[in-house]
Write a new protein. Structure first.
Ligand code: UD1
Length: 448
């Protein structure tokens, strides 16, 4: 299908086949206790694709992105870019983004408010247009999510930045035509700040060094795209990224990396149902800490084709602590906790969340399913129970929703999972994928 008119309305209308039904009465009914077998395909990485899409603001030429997952967040980003003037055309999992004419540098609040990652367009907008007015994204379910590092870095590159009435306005000082390179030291290795500042620096005059940069694979993916567009970047994936600014970038044809968080969730689906599944594509280095923990829990993992064959018969308790990459990802903390809630034998697991201050809300929902979990500050102490029991539960954020689906796969009875407005943001047809390997999950809507 083709979306060519650069208006939010046209994208909205066209998004119906991308988005799942996310009205509050919509829920999943997960019949638990089934073994899974077969092969699962991992979609393109949501967090990469969202940022890569904003890179279309950096060039007048067309950017073709492949392996873009069909998610509501991707649709929302398409609407935001369309509002700025980018012509967005989608065909299956390929997106063409034509940034020839950018008509404004101020994405509307109503759209930005639906998608936190859209704040990241401040970097490319400023670099291309010399000005950007982007509403502050505010907090979300998992924490306050500041953007201090983004703002500090843009100032180092010569921008004047003010925050008034909830809007961040960044502009080049009078007379300047480009940002100027500078030495940025991030106080924390923020993924979003690293990405924003890389996109701002690629068109700056001179050299920029970002120290204490995030190491996440999505940062490396963005560097890969920008280099394909003509940028000069070294060191992505290390704590020091060096960018030599160029006067212009051209178009590119680029495939998004596989989603490591979805891959981890699908591996956990095998583990929690004590099944054998092939999951691919997986880039194992992107999931190092997760694969180590799955093995420590008793799963066997073998490379097979472009993915991994996972087998699980019993699960041991273990400790884990979320950390920036290459540590254990915060985005898989909730799904992994569902697995640990089903651990066999005696033993207590300790799960410590260090990245986001409010990312343990799924504990209360798992407890409703009979999980034995005590919460002390940012630490959950989990004792495995022989059987979780089905209950009506709600996913309180994207990854918590996935954790509920996983728990439902293992529970006795039929678990009703609400909060699909979160799930559908980050998982492309999760129930269809799992049903294809033997799960029994139905999407129900009272209105239907
Ligand atoms: C990205 C991911 C998100 C993931 C997170 C951490 C996207 C779209 N989202 O979010 O799924 O959970 O990385 O891996 O890619 N911080 C500050 N000051 C700042 C910025 C961040 O203190 O200016 C702190 C945050 O509060 C948080 C930590 O740094 O505690 C990590 O945040 P960050 O890496 O910025 O996450 P996002 O890029 O928002």
């Amino acid at each position: 299908m083709s979306l060519s008119a650069p208006t939010a309305a046209s994208l909205q209308g066209a998004s119906s086949d991308l988005t799942s039904n996310t009205r509050p009465d919509v829920r999943l009914e997960v019949s638990g206790g089934r073994r899974l077998s077969g092969e699962l395909r991992v979609s393109g990485a949501k967090n990469s694709a969202l940022v890569l899409m904003t890179a279309s603001l950096l060039s007048r030429d067309t950017l073709r992105l492949r392996n873009v997952p069909p998610l509501t967040d991707i649709t929302a980003m398409g609407e935001i870019l369309a509002a700025l003037g980018v012509r967005v055309t989608r065909s299956g999992e390929t997106l063409d983004l034509d940034g020839e004419t950018i008509i404004q540098a101020a994405p509307p609040y109503e759209l930005v408010n639906t998608l936190r990652a859209s704040f990241f367009c401040i970097g490319p907008l400023l670099a291309r247009m010399g000005t950007a007015q982007v509403p502050l994204p505010g907090g979300c379910q998992i924490g306050s999510r500041p953007v201090v590092e983004h703002v500090k870095g843009l100032k180092t590159l010569g921008a004047t930045v003010t925050i008034e009435h909830g809007v961040v306005t960044a502009s080049l000082p009078g007379g300047a035509r480009r940002l100027s390179g500078g030495h940025i030291h991030l106080d924390c290795p923020s993924v979003g700040a690293t990405e924003t500042l890389m996109m701002a620096a690629v068109l700056a005059e001179g050299e920029t060094v970002i120290d204490n940069a995030a190491l996440e694979p999505e940062v490396v993916d963005l560097a890969g795209l920008l280099i394909a567009m003509g940028a000069r970047i070294q060191g992505a994936g290390t704590p020091t990224i060096t960018i030599s600014g160029v006067a212009r970038l051209h178009g590119a044809d680029y495939a998004v990396i596989p989603d490591r968080i979805e891959a981890g969730t699908l591996l956990l689906a095998a583990a929690i149902t004590r099944s054998t599944l092939k999951v691919g594509s997986i880039i194992p280095e992107h999931l190092g800490a997760v694969l180590t923990k799955l093995e420590e829990a008793g799963c066997t993992l073998q490379p097979e084709g472009d993915g991994l064959l996972i087998s699980a018969s019993s699960i041991r308790a273990l400790d884990l602590r979320t950390m920036p990459f290459p540590g254990f990802p915060t985005d898989l903390q909730a799904p992994f906790m569902s697995l640990l809630a089903t651990a066999d034998g005696i033993g207590t697991s300790l799960v410590v969340e260090t990245i986001f201050e409010n990312r343990l809300q799924h504990v209360a929902e798992l407890q409703r399913m009979g999980a034995s979990i005590r919460l002390q500050g940012n630490t959950a102490c989990i004792e495995g129970v022989p059987r979780l029991s089905a209950a009506p539960v709600r996913g309180t954020d994207l990854r918590a929703s996935a954790a509920m689906v996983l728990a439902g796969l293992a529970a006795e009875g039929t678990t009703t999972v609400r909060g699909l407005e979160f799930l559908d943001r980050g998982y492309a047809g999760l129930e269809h994928k799992l049903n294809a390997v033997g799960a029994c999950i139905r999407r129900i809507s009272d209105a239907a």
